[in-house]
Design a protein around this ligand. Structure first.
Ligand code: MLT
Ligand code: MN
Length: 311
């Protein structure tokens, strides 16, 4: 059994974004029919029903925990959390800033690629994660292994991490390093998340710049894929006058078009394809939009905060 809880379905900044008046942000802020606010990118998963791992820790983590009863402390103890640890897929602000919310003497295991651990170590603000309580463990690539709680006990939840095309976190970009801003392998990863006991599994890939043949091969014939839904079109931010960057510049592929994820994944045997990490400019966030209709006709769902899935 795997239980998945979508804590935050939006990309960086959430939806609405605090200073944004794009059509979606406006509609959500005004509470129009068919809209709902979305917080930043994070999911929680359990394979034993009691111990949960967060996959990415968003700046909205405090409110996400408050909103979802499954994340509340057991009332029997003075301090407790059902959250046993965190697994990071990159070093983006929307995926790591929530680590700061997890201070307060809680035993946790923190798994990340060594590149991400390095930047967390170099940023002394993350020292609020006291090593007496928080074990930082390297996420090895292309190897399936069981996530352990701080005490070293198995949780029945397994992961296999793999590199996907992407970009180094925005706050680590180094223009002197040329066109890819210093991006190296391991800066963006996808995960196969599985249950040890019954071998249920799904893929979680909240950022991906391109679908390669290796990736297609890996994710084919699966029950569920949570995939980068950041933008509908590559030029969406500039066409809506809210930014200059293209999706490709940000390390994200668009949903639509011949180079988009719908087209690239259309013939794969994947039972549930779900967009996640959706930017507030993306019209699929409006339930009555033509774009929402198109993604649904193509067999995709649009995730929302509080969505629960059991495999
Ligand atoms: C991204 O997904 O591209 C980043 O989260 C952008 C950001 O850091 O704002
Ligand atoms: Mn992001």
């Amino acid at each position: 059994m795997l239980k998945v809880l979508i804590l935050g379905s939006a990309a960086g900044g959430g939806s609405p974004q605090w200073n944004c008046n794009s059509d979606v942000s406006l509609a959500v802020r005004e509470g129009q029919k068919g809209t709902s606010p979305r917080t930043q990118s994070s999911i929680a998963v359990t394979a034993n029903g009691t111990e949960w791992f967060l996959f990415n820790a968003s700046p909205d983590l405090g409110s996400q925990i408050l909103k979802n009863k499954l994340m509340h402390p057991n009332k029997k103890f003075p301090r407790h959390s059902p959250i046993s640890g965190v697994v990071l897929t990159n070093g983006d602000v929307d995926h790591v800033a929530g680590l700061l919310t997890l201070r307060e003497r809680q035993n946790l295991s923190l798994y990340a690629h060594s590149r991400v651990h390095k930047v967390l170590k170099e940023n002394s603000i993350f020292n609020v994660l006291n090593p007496d309580y928080v074990d930082r463990r390297d996420l090895q690539m292309n190897r399936n292994f069981e996530l352990l709680n701080k005490a070293g006990e198995g949780t029945n939840l397994c992961v296999e991490a793999f590199e996907v095309p992407g970009k180094i976190a925005l706050w680590l970009e180094d223009e002197s390093k040329g066109e890819n801003f210093g991006t190296e392998e391991g800066d963006t990863i996808g995960l196969k998340i599985s249950s040890k006991e019954d071998n249920k599994y799904f893929f979680y890939i909240p950022a991906c710049a391109k679908i390669t043949p290796e990736l297609t091969e890996r994710i084919s014939d699966s029950e569920m894929l949570l995939f980068d839904g950041t933008l509908w079109e590559n030029e969406e931010m500039s066409s809506k006058n809210v930014g200059q960057k293209t999706g490709q510049r940000m390390g994200h592929m668009n949903n639509s078009g011949p180079d988009g994820s719908m087209e690239a994944l259309k013939d794969l045997n994947i039972k549930n394809k779900i967009y996640i990490h959706i930017n507030t400019t993306n019209p699929i966030l409006l339930s009555s939009s033509d774009e929402r209709k198109i993604v649904e006709e193509n067999g995709w769902q649009v995730s929302y905060d509080g969505m629960e899935i059991t495999l």
